[in-house]
Design a protein around this ligand. Structure first.
Ligand code: SAH
Length: 270
């Protein structure tokens, strides 16, 4: 660029005039609407980054609410809950609330998922490593994804074909998917071929303990379930001895907070 002559005493120099570009195609080029705040711009440009921050905040809240298991918190921080709900609900995905997923069912509240997993792990007495788990009630597959980060192998059974398909598509590219088997069936009986399990988690409620499922527990293994009617509580049942289901003394039960889950229903929905 040509050198400009040095300023004379008292001389002020303005900015050089902007080069004016005339579009060759002779049209008005409109700029995209500028979002009103930087935060919005970030969200619009990079939803992944925004949801990572929201998830980190969710994990902080879970820790404040008493979830102390670092592995559970890590798993909760990894699973993108917004991908498991309809686009219209994605902005609410990191609220600590259940949300509709169709078929009159809901995605579980994050605290309840974290709490169920933390309770299972803190009551487990089976040896570390190669642990297997069963989930009854896959729904959209959210908790199944969390569990695939915590156990070596996870079987998750769902009785509504539309939700089983939804979970399959939600989890199609899930990195830990190789540890996860999604089954269409009645979870109270159809997990059996892959049992016995270290951990069984029910994502739907029952009035009494499911005796068939308790038989699927390894000694030292635990079942976590919303049990009781009309008052439902999160309960942990641990298997103490290998003596069949007829001896109720072979299990011990621990009762925790009151919860409100949808009920378990029998058989595949036609
Ligand atoms: N696990 C889900 C929550 C699912 S809600 C999550 O991560 O958010 C409970 C689910 O249990 C519903 O999809 C319901 O269809 C299913 N369910 C109820 N009874 C069942 C049964 N006997 N076997 C398998 N699934 C069942």
């Amino acid at each position: 660029m040509a050198q400009r002559p040095p300023l004379k005493p008292g001389e002020k120099r303005g900015l050089p005039p902007a080069v004016k570009l005339t579009p060759k195609w002779g049209q008005t080029v409109t700029r995209p609407v500028v979002p009103t705040s930087y935060a919005m711009a970030k969200t619009a440009d990079n939803p992944g980054l925004a949801s990572e921050r929201q998830r980190a905040r969710l994990v902080e809240r879970l820790a404040q609410q008493g979830i102390a298991d670092a592995d559970v918190l890590r798993a909760m921080g990894l699973v993108p809950r917004h991908r498991f709900v309809d686009d219209g609900l994605a902005s609410r995905a990191y609220e600590d609330t259940a949300l509709p997923i169709g078929f009159q069912q809901t995605i579980s509240q994050p605290f309840v998922v974290a709490r169920s997993q933390a309770l299972a792990r803190s009551h487990l007495m089976t040896p570390e490593g190669m642990r297997s788990a069963l989930e009854v009630g896959t729904g959209c597959g959210y908790q199944a994804a969390v569990m695939s980060e915590l156990y070596e192998s996870v079987v998750s059974v769902e009785r509504i074909p539309g939700l089983h398909d939804l979970a399959k598509s939600n989890l199609a590219n899930w990195p830990a998917g190789a540890r996860l088997r999604l089954v269409l069936g009645d979870g109270l009986v159809d997990g059996e071929p892959w049992g016995p399990f270290d951990v069984i988690v029910l994502a739907a409620g029952m009035s009494d303990a499911p005796t068939d499922l308790l038989r699927q527990l390894k000694v030292g293994g635990v079942l976590v379930a919303p049990l009781g009617a009309p008052d439902q509580h999160l309960r942990v049942i641990r298997r103490l001895r290998d003596n069949g289901s007829s001896d109720s003394g072979g299990f011990e039960t621990f009762t925790f907070e009151s919860v409100a889950f949808v009920p378990i229903l029998r058989g595949i929905q036609p």
